[in-house]
Design a protein around this ligand. Structure first.
Ligand code: TRP
Length: 338
């Protein structure tokens, strides 16, 4: 077997994840991803990146807003609690080794694996108005595999929607290792505990539905949105009893409201002793308390021009060093050191 340099670190103590820069973060991003990333940041050596190349797989035709979205996202991450001193925060397109690894992995990835990927089939069918019959779109999971294994860590904090991609990443990694030697630890998903964050209209919270509450949104703008938010649609009058389990607002109390208050809300709702207006008052108060420190940190970042570039450069340096080491091992394993 080819000799490859050993791992300089414990892969079980290393994590990586990424997010596409599609706009400002909403509280669904916070409870669905960032909170989990922060747990990882506390426990292990962390690599978090802006997946700007992945944004191109579907939005290649209009790149005019990407730069703004990248800036917004990095500021929102740090305001929410990611610490650039602890975690490497970087830009995917800043790590050129990723392009090299992606190309090499593309050579060993069977087309059938990619064509069978459920997210690929689904999006091909559901997304109309964009031509997704592209090489890069099909290869989304190959690039994602490169993202994950280039820093040679084990853990990938993601939502359940990403599991098919993770499974492919594991398969591609196994294939690489069996062909060229054990260069990579097999990645594993660290699932984000399911947090229900419905949008204001009851659909999934998403920028494209315009039904979100954003981390950097002015409380004065949030209030009317929350006031108009759907609750239990069967509760037509104040004196009707409600059902928190079908209410769009109630899941937020699970995330933001202390347990004793929550118990009061539940009993008040089912007995009709509390109305939706009061329930929303409690939510708005909790939301304000939750958002205040995030928005304070965000304002201080906004007051420091060049801060995003600084963060991304420092993170890029750390991730770049690891990537360079990885690629030496890859080239050695593939006998490409001519
Ligand atoms: N596909 C992920 C998403 O849409 C983003 C992503 C790209 C990612 N590369 C990654 C996530 C690597 C984790 C690890 O959310």
């Amino acid at each position: 077997m080819n000799k490859v340099p050993g791992l300089p670190h414990d892969p079980d103590k290393r994590t990586v994840s990424g997010m596409r820069p599609t706009g400002p973060l909403h509280i669904g991003h916070y409870f669905g991803a960032i909170r989990n990333w922060m747990d990882m940041q506390r426990e292990m050596e962390s690599f978090f990146f802006v997946a700007d190349w992945h944004a191109l797989t579907s939005d290649y035709a209009d790149t005019s807003r990407t730069k703004i979205y990248v800036e917004e996202m990095v500021k929102d991450w740090v305001a929410a609690g990611l610490d650039p001193e602890k975690s490497a925060i970087y830009l995917q397109s800043g790590i050129k080794e990723l392009a090299e690894l992606h190309l090499l992995l593309s050579m060993i990835t069977p087309l059938g694996w990619l064509e069978r990927c459920p997210t690929y089939k689904e999006q091909q069918q559901n997304i109309t108005g964009k031509d997704l019959a592209n090489y890069g779109f099909l290869g989304y999971p190959v690039l994602m595999t490169a993202d994950i294994i280039i820093t040679r860590g084990r853990w990938v904090p993601v939502g359940a929607d990403q599991l098919p991609h993770l499974e492919l990443s594991r398969e591609i990694t196994r294939r690489f290792n069996s062909l060229y030697g054990e260069v990579f630890p097999e990645p594993e998903a660290r699932l984000t505990p399911a947090a229900k964050c419905p949008g204001l209209d009851g659909r999934k919270m998403s920028k494209s539905y315009n039904n979100g509450i954003f981390l950097n949104e002015n409380p004065a703008d949030i209030e009317p949105k929350v006031r108009g938010m759907l609750t239990d649609q069967a509760r037509l009058r104040r004196r009707d009893p409600g059902n928190p389990d079908v209410c769009n607002l109630y899941p937020y109390h699970d995330l933001l409201t202390p347990e004793d208050v929550r118990a009061n809300i539940r009993s008040g709702c089912v007995s009709a002793s509390m109305g939706c207006v009061e329930c929303k008052d409690i939510f708005l108060k909790g939301l304000k308390i939750f958002l205040a420190p995030i928005q304070e940190r965000r304002a201080s970042l906004d007051a420091r021009p060049g801060i995003v570039r600084e963060i991304l450069e420092a993170g890029g340096e750390r991730a770049g060093k690891e990537s360079a080491l990885t690629m030496e091992a890859v080239r050695a394993g593939m006998r490409m050191q001519y």
